[in-house]
Design a protein around this ligand. Structure first.
Ligand code: ADP
Ligand code: MG
Length: 423
């Protein structure tokens, strides 16, 4: 993909925007872009530099993403809105063409990696609450203040916020920016020993930047990270490459498979509530370590039909009216609203699933089910909005609740003691 129209090859210490940004190390990549950690010499801060492929359709996509990002990064107090902020954007010409570049605030690991750190066992409930709260704040902001639907919400697209700001606290974070390319590295393409060393150093540095125990690189979490208790979990929603305005939609098929809402499969039109469906899938995944729906093609049925069957096994039968009114309804349902090719469903309600398979305590399973089931309503209009969801009692007191109850317990013991001793 590093050819004409494709990715732009970057090396450590490469300069962008007339020398303002200096490449430090690669953070990740997607279908359309590579993302680099860069040092902003103007503000002395680290940023994420997203460099788009250069072919016309990628330029178009980047322009769209910049359009969306600019509108959501604009306004007062946006930093608290749990969506990634666009700092700058510019064009960069290289051997493969002209690349649009986005300068984004630098964030940490994705929720997917956090789930991996939990060894796919799921996070403690108070962490799940904090994560859910952040995502909902982000969605409420997008939906209500901007009329934007994200359309690709999934754990990869929610990134943690670093707890240490390397720019404000370079001593603590132990990071020194790389400002110049080491000598002897002008032979393009071949990585010199020095560059390898520098890369290693930058990697170590970045691992530290991401703060308390959450490293960016590495497939396995260091020992200290196995205990997720100490992590301050705050996060932001990223990747607006597929986002759209509710009144200006482009694609019929949206969302990543496992997080896709039923109305999208049936092509029955969609709105903000598709994000709420994906949100519920993420909440389940963060809590259990497993994806909520993992449809597969089978003998005589498609992935789509399996997906609809899985949904009904968890949530009950889809109302006939919903099942039969999409453009693709006839591919899956007969006129009674029964699946054509998958006839026998094994119902396993969420509450029971959480207790039986994931060993949730009964009360925790009930409370969590009560929180996410309304979001998985087959009727999109019935799903709560992000704003309504933020009022849900399950989210209340995410940080103080455990302490409060402990304090109450101690107080109760004390008063018992007082009665006994008569003091
Ligand atoms: P694409 O649109 O090409 O899929 P993404 O926006 O999803 O690109 O970014 C690709 C990867 O780069 C992400 O999965 C993540 O690992 C990393 N990344 C993206 N934005 C940031 C950021 N602001 N801070 C840190 N890493 C980021
Ligand atoms: Mg992506």
């Amino acid at each position: 993909s590093y050819r004409k129209g494709g990715y732009h090859a970057v090396r450590v210490a490469d300069q962008f925007a007339g020398g303002r940004y200096i490449a430090q190390r690669k953070l990740g990549w997607g279908q359309f872009s590579t993302v680099w950690l860069a040092y902003d010499t103007t503000t002395s801060a680290y940023v994420a530099l997203k460099i788009q492929k250069s072919a016309a359709q990628f330029v178009q996509a980047a322009l769209h993403e910049i359009d969306i990002l600019s509108s959501i990064s604009d306004g007062v107090d946006v930093n608290s809105k749990c969506v990634v902020q666009l700092i700058d954007h510019f064009k960069h010409t290289g051997p493969n063409g002209q690349h649009l570049c986005m300068v984004l605030e630098f964030l940490g690991d994705s929720l997917l990696r956090l789930i991996k750190y939990s060894r796919y066992k799921g996070l403690p409930m108070n962490k799940v609450r904090e994560i859910c709260k952040c995502i909902l704040i982000g969605l409420d902001y997008l939906h209500r203040e901007h009329g934007i639907i994200h359309t690709d919400l999934k754990p990869e697209n929610v990134l943690l916020i670093s707890t240490i700001d390397p720019a404000k606290d370079p001593v603590k974070s132990g990071v020194t920016p790389i400002l110049e390319r080491p000598e002897g590295n002008i032979n393009g393409g071949v990585t010199s020993l020095i560059e390898k060393k520098l890369k290693r150093r930058a990697r170590r540095a970045v691992a530290k930047i991401s703060g308390r125990g959450v490293s960016i690189e590495g497939t396995e979490a260091p020992k200290s990270e196995r205990n997720l208790d100490g992590i301050d979990v705050r996060c932001k929603v990223v990747d607006f490459g597929n986002a759209c305005w509710a009144d200006k939609q482009f694609a019929e098929e949206i969302q990543t498979r496992q997080y896709r809402a039923p109305e999208v499969i049936l092509q029955a039109g969609y709105s903000f509530s598709v994000d709420m469906w994906s949100f519920a899938c993420i909440a389940f995944e963060v809590a259990t370590g497993d994806m909520l729906f993992t449809p597969k093609v089978g003998q005589g049925f498609s992935e789509d039909e399996d997906h609809l069957a899985l949904m009904m096994e968890l949530l009950g039968k889809m109302p006939r009216k919903i099942a039969t009114t999409g453009a693709k309804s006839k591919d899956f349902f007969d006129r009674h609203g029964d699946l054509k090719r998958i006839r026998r469903l094994k119902f396993w309600p969420l509450n029971k699933l959480l207790v039986d398979r994931y060993k949730f305590p009964e009360s925790e399973a009930r409370e969590f089910s009560e929180f996410i089931l309304p979001l998985l309503d087959f009727t999109p209009e019935k799903r709560p909005t992000a704003q309504q969801c933020l009022q849900h009692p399950w989210l209340k007191g995410s940080e103080s609740a455990p302490n409060d109850s402990r304090v109450e317990k101690v107080a109760a013991e004390m008063s018992k003691l007082k009665i006994k001793t008569g003091k």
